[in-house]
Design a binder for this molecule. Structure first.
Ligand SMILES: C[S@@+](CC[C@H](N)C(=O)[O-])C[C@H]1O[C@@H](n2cnc3c(N)ncnc32)[C@H](O)[C@@H]1O
Length: 233
């Protein structure tokens, strides 16, 4: 899967995305993440990418033209239209379920806003979907874009090794994941639950399922209610 990230801070993307599992996924060719510096597409002699808002008000607004030029530079060479996502607090809130809708996309362009946001007209012209990280306001779309890429990339076969598989993780089956333990089998006077040392796979599976349900009920009653009604329990 290819991600192009339209941003005025390409180094943020480059630095963070080259680490850890996503860095390895890029090295191994499962994904490619290309930061595109919007500033390079400004025709202004000072490479300006923002201006005052019409109607007055605080702050600056990102201008339409450099964003559109960056988009055209990517898409004019293609014989298909990649999906364009604008990261904005006004979009649909990102959930595990929402991200699964994008697994078939081969190429996604992510637009990161800054300042007071982006001239509405370029959004109308190029954007297919708007996605939010939640009901709070961040300084820019770069962190949201990276959260989106991380969350989607983990679903791509090969990105996670078998040991890192996502299928038992929180939200996959509508529940939070069971508690995890590693060596040593005693810390701070607390032991690992006996069943996990038993080697009895069926009992371990049963215990994990029970724990999963118990902690979902405790920590996320909203998810628990959905799970109960969906599974008619
Ligand atoms: C300061 S925000 C602008 C917020 C905008 N004035 C509004 O009230 O809707 C600057 C940029 O950060 C990004 N951003 C901020 N909060 C976000 C969130 N919760 N989810 C996704 N992107 C966000 C967007 O790309 C936005 O254009």
């Amino acid at each position: 899967m290819r991600f192009d990230v339209l941003t005025i801070f390409p180094n943020m993307i480059k630095t963070i995305m080259s680490e850890s599992i996503l860095g390895r996924a890029q090295d191994n060719g499962f994904i490619s993440i290309n930061p595109v510096n919007i500033r390079e597409y400004s025709k202004n002699k000072h490479k300006k990418v923002d201006d005052y808002p019409y109607g007055g008000g605080n702050g600056m607004v990102m201008t339409a033209e450099p964003i559109y030029n960056a988009y055209i530079n990517i898409t004019e060479k293609l014989d298909y239209k990649p999906k364009v996502i604008y990261l904005t607090p006004q979009g649909k809130t990102l959930t595990q379920k929402l991200v699964e809708n994008f697994i078939e996309d081969q190429h996604i362009i992510l637009l990161c806003g800054h300042y007071e946001g982006v001239d509405e007209r370029v959004l109308e012209e190029i954007v297919d979907e708007e996605i939010s990280m939640g009901d709070y306001v961040l300084t820019g779309g770069e962190l949201p874009a990276m959260v989106f890429i991380d969350c989607l990339s983990r679903l791509i076969p090969g990105v996670l090794s078998n040991e890192e598989s996502h299928i038992e993780e929180s939200f996959y089956n509508g529940l939070l994941e069971y508690p995890q333990y590693t060596r040593p089998n005693e810390v701070f006077g607390r032991d690992v639950p006996e069943v996990l040392l038993s080697g009895h796979h069926l009992n371990i599976e049963k215990w994990r399922k029970e724990q999963s349900i118990k902690r979902t009920k405790l920590k996320r009653p909203d998810l628990y209610e959905k799970y109960i009604s969906k599974n008619k329990l």
